[in-house]
Design a protein around this ligand. Structure first.
Ligand code: NAI
Length: 342
């Protein structure tokens, strides 16, 4: 069996290479998967992709023509895959949970960095500037955090916030019992939260869930955290909110137009994206490059689950982690039986 990995970095190779054998061969490509690069998968049974690869209808058709049987996402989110179009052609598997702690802890790391001005203090003391002017922060204790999406990552983040003595409001399309928070409608969450953190998937419903309209409903000085998907936020509206001082700070691990920028070194180049450049130039905006998942534990779990997903599909024709389009055909459907039909 041959697997073509797209958008690979040294840390990907390191975590997957231990699984290589005479029966399991890997081809690692640095380039992202898209219609121009799909041909690189020729001769491979499986294509393994990450968050910024493109698997739209055209790419899926191309892979199908090449004989690819499985599209394995080495991530949780699958907004970059046309799962409906893949139905009946290519099995799509993902890694639903590899370390919710990695992402939730990064979210809190960004929040603390931002509100305690650690990013500013670090640069000052490196330059032997020990002045404290302009570094005043605020306590998290007693503040209200609004969490949108209370799944695996949202839940861990809620627990972390509660550890800080914060009041937790939450909104989820499918609230779960026993989540230690008060579920409220979105408008109340926007109106009462000092900090808002996004942990829902990117869907047609959640696209630009933070836009000019929702920003208008928020408290002045609100801190917005996004470690989920860039397009949950209308970046231009966010920038306007920051310029007007309505938004107190933003911590972004993801960005709407990140796919051609994140994971690459542009330090010697001019970045064409004016919105991103302006956001990064703001003293109260912190951007990390889709880094929240990047812990040793998460990388190990991603590799282990991805390989096991692929083996399950090729050996049994189905996997616990298959993403399957709801076709309505329930007769003898393994995806339906496994509850993987959506
Ligand atoms: P999950 O599936 O466990 O939780 C998602 C939650 O969002 C669920 O409770 C679901 O009911 C809720 N939801 C669905 N539609 C909604 C809507 N319209 N409005 C409000 N809530 C809605 O997913 P998990 O593992 O917690 O991941 C959350 C997101 O984090 C992923 O979709 C992914 O985009 C992102 N992520 C980011 C990473 C990073 O490195 N920055 C790494 C891993 C995931």
């Amino acid at each position: 069996m041959k697997i073509a990995f797209f958008d690979t970095k040294p840390y990907d190779k390191q975590s997957f290479e231990q699984y290589a054998s005479d029966d399991l061969k890997f081809k690692f490509f640095e380039t992202k998967l898209n219609i121009d690069t799909a041909d690189l998968a020729r001769g491979c049974d499986v294509v393994c992709i990450f968050v910024n690869d493109t698997a739209d209808a055209a790419v899926i058709d191309k892979l199908y023509d090449l004989g690819v049987k499985v599209l394995a996402l080495r991530c949780a989110g699958y907004n970059n895959v046309d799962v409906k179009h893949a139905y009946g052609k290519i099995h799509v598997v993902h890694v639903p949970a590899y370390s919710p702690y990695a992402v939730a802890e990064h979210t809190m790391a960004m929040l603390l960095t931002s509100i305690r001005r650690i990013h500013k203090a670090y640069i000052r003391t490196k330059d032997f500037n020990f002045s404290l002017s302009g570094l005043t922060g605020f306590d998290l204790y007693g503040k209200t955090v609004g969490v949108i999406g209370t799944g695996k990552i949202g839940r861990v983040f809620i627990d972390i916030c509660r550890g800080f003595g914060m009041k937790v409001l939450a909104y989820d399309k499918f609230p779960t019992e026993n989540t230690p928070c008060e579920y409220v409608e979105l408008d109340r969450l926007f109106a009462e939260s000092d900090i808002i953190s996004l942990h829902c998937p990117l869907t047609a419903e959640t696209h630009h869930i933070i836009d000019e309209k929702s920003i208008n409903k928020m408290k002045k000085g609100v801190v917005i955290l996004n470690t989920s998907r860039g397009a949950l936020i209308d970046a231009d509206a966010l920038l306007e909110g920051i310029k007007s001082r309505k938004i107190g700070a933003a911590c972004l691990d993801v960005y709407e137009e990140e796919s051609d920028i994140f994971f690459e070194d542009f330090s010697g180049h001019i970045v064409d994206d004016d919105t991103l450049a302006r956001l990064i130039s703001m003293p109260n905006v912190i951007v990390t490059s889709h880094q929240a998942f990047l812990t040793e534990e998460a990388l190990g779990n991603i590799a282990e689950t991805t390989i096991s997903n692929i083996k399950e599909i090729l050996e049994n024709g189905c996997s616990q982690n298959e993403l399957c389009y709801h076709c309505g055909n329930t007769t003898n459907c393994k995806a339906q039986r496994l509850g993987k039909c959506f």
